[in-house]
Design a protein. Structure first.
Length: 240
């Protein structure tokens, strides 16, 4: 199995600087250390998503108050609430870092209790899922592994594999940080990603996220003017 660069001991620092900038090598551990002091000072903020008012999520893990995680987690929980008591699969282990989960979790690289370590294209469960959710995971495929090539084709293959695992009427929901993976951005821009519904949000100020158009989102840069993603896409797909 090929390794993911951010899990590789020798390549981790080089990968991190390339993706997030040299300053983040200092700022990320500093924010982590100061998290117990910072979090109590943050005032709750809300944002609008598909005509719903959701509250941003603050947590010390992965510094949600300075990254897109602050909106991705409540959006993921919004979809999970609609699939209560149904079979759910998460592709990429994210939500368990922020609280207990009851759904199946598939992650090719990350080890942990209850995590199924398989590639989504090889995953053949004995059941179908009403909801499959993936939080900021698809952009890494073919972009942050050792091959670092053919990212677009691999992403489309992974999405097709996910959709094959849906029940009739089921939904695949993925969140994507805009401007992280240029090949994925091109799939969005050209319409080749093949989603049924898309919602875009951009960050106007620290912890101020608003819905925007696809054009506006794709004009945003990664890690500027604010750390990490300055716009995200929430894409929804149905069964193939």
């Amino acid at each position: 199995m090929k390794t993911h660069l951010y899990n590789a001991k020798l390549g981790k620092i080089k990968w991190f600087i390339n993706r997030f900038g040299a300053m983040e090598v200092l700022l990320k551990p500093l924010r982590t250390i100061l998290a117990p002091l910072i979090l109590p000072l943050l005032k709750p903020k809300q944002f609008e998503f598909q005509n719903q008012r959701l509250t941003q999520f603050y947590h010390a893990y992965n510094m949600t108050w300075v990254s897109e995680r602050g909106v991705e987690i409540p959006i993921a929980r919004f979809f999970l609430a609609q699939a209560r008591n149904a079979a759910v699969l998460e592709v990429g282990n994210v939500l368990s870092h922020y609280g207990p989960v009851a759904h199946d979790v598939l992650d090719k690289f990350e080890k942990g209790s209850g995590i199924i370590n398989q590639d989504i294209v090889d995953f053949l469960p004995q059941k179908k899922y009403k909801l499959i959710i993936s939080i900021s995971t698809m952009e890494h495929i073919g972009f942050d592994d050792e091959s670092d090539s053919n990212s677009a084709d691999k992403i489309l293959h992974a999405l097709n594999s996910c959709r094959q695992l849906l029940t009739l009427g089921g939904t695949l929901v993925i969140t994507i940080p805009i401007a992280y993976n240029p090949e994925l951005d091109d799939l969005i821009r050209t319409g080749l990603l093949g989603f049924q519904r898309a919602t875009f949000l951009k960050q106007l100020a620290p912890r101020r996220w608003v819905e925007c158009s696809q054009v506006e989102a794709l004009e945003c840069r990664y890690k500027a003017p604010y750390p990490y993603a300055n716009a995200i896409m929430v894409a929804e797909f149905g069964h193939n």
